[in-house]
Design a protein around this ligand. Structure first.
Ligand SMILES: [Zn+2]
Length: 295
């Protein structure tokens, strides 16, 4: 467990900490609270659904990697299954600020990579920035998504983003987290390339056609995958590398332990992530040449 998470856990009110510690201190804890665990916590603590989510926010924010701003943002996204997924911001020293990950993107892509196909609600410790409101407007559940902030009434995403621009304005019918996987395969790829292709198959890239996936192997041989999440407004798109790094962050893995990275994208795509992915990797202090494949 990371030190910041342990510190936050120890600082929670005793009547909450006593029930949370067995979950969070379990070695299999992966920044996720299952629906049955959450229901049980509501009964044990006597807190409302909203107040329990707000009480969990400091735990999510403890995952923040923010060496530039020192501003720790935490988010908790509840998937359609009822499970809750933590997320936190990531900043990359020596990379352009546009490569940063916002906490909402983190929690949502965490849920996505764990198999969720939509988000019911998101709880955040600060008001969502315009970039994140636009990012969330791409979701399969953008019309029903609810947003909860501390000391405020719950509001819908559409209340936070009136007169929105989105996929429908570009005549796009698919949405981020839709369950409509592609079926690309290769005949003799290694394990890492095949996992990157599996991520590519769930990626969302209807604007550029550059469906794209990444798989990262660590020194301990564990693998973390990321699918590309494109956005109608282009700039809030979240690269596959960042999505994979979020999975590492939520598993408590250090970026310095990356041993190899595979990126697969489509030849027919109108853009490429090859150079920007290598460029961000170079800032992580790991001397790795991307294993790159176009299919
Ligand atoms: Zn944001």
């Amino acid at each position: 467990m990371n030190k910041q998470l342990q510190k936050v856990l120890n600082e929670l009110p005793e009547n909450i900490a006593i029930y949370l510690k067995p979950i969070v201190e379990n070695q299999d804890f992966y920044a996720t609270i299952s629906a049955p665990q959450f229901e049980k916590l509501i009964k044990q603590t006597g807190l409302s659904d909203k107040n329990l989510r707000l009480a969990l926010l400091p735990l999510a924010a403890s995952y923040s990697i923010s060496p530039i701003s020192n501003f720790c943002v935490g988010a908790i996204a509840r998937g359609l299954s009822g499970h809750l997924y933590f997320g936190a911001n990531i900043e990359f020293p020596d990379a352009p600020l546009g490569q940063s990950v916002h906490a909402e993107q983190s929690a949502i892509s965490h849920a996505w990579m764990k198999g969720e196909q939509g988000i019911q609600d998101i709880t955040i410790n600060y008001s969502p920035c315009g970039h994140c409101r636009q990012f969330m407007n791409e979701l399969s559940t953008a019309q029903s998504l609810m947003v909860q902030l501390p000391e405020q009434d719950e509001k819908s995403l559409q209340q936070y983003l009136p007169e929105s621009f989105g996929p429908k304005d570009l005549n796009i019918n698919s949405r981020l987290m839709d369950n409509n996987p592609l079926t690309h395969t290769i005949s003799n790829g290694d394990e890492l390339l095949n996992k990157a292709i599996a991520a590519l198959n769930i990626s969302h890239a209807p604007y550029s056609g550059n469906y794209c996936g990444i798989a990262i192997m660590l020194n301990d041989k564990s693998v973390y995958c990321g699918a590309y999440a494109e956005n109608a407004a282009f700039n809030p798109s979240l690269p596959a590398l960042q999505v994979a790094l979020i999975q590492m962050q939520m598993a408590g893995k250090d970026f310095s332990t990356i041993s190899s990275v595979a990126l697969v994208e489509l030849k027919s795509g109108k853009i490429s992530h090859q150079s920007s992915t290598q460029s961000v990797l170079d800032t992580l202090g790991v001397a790795i040449t991307l294993d790159y494949l176009e299919i």
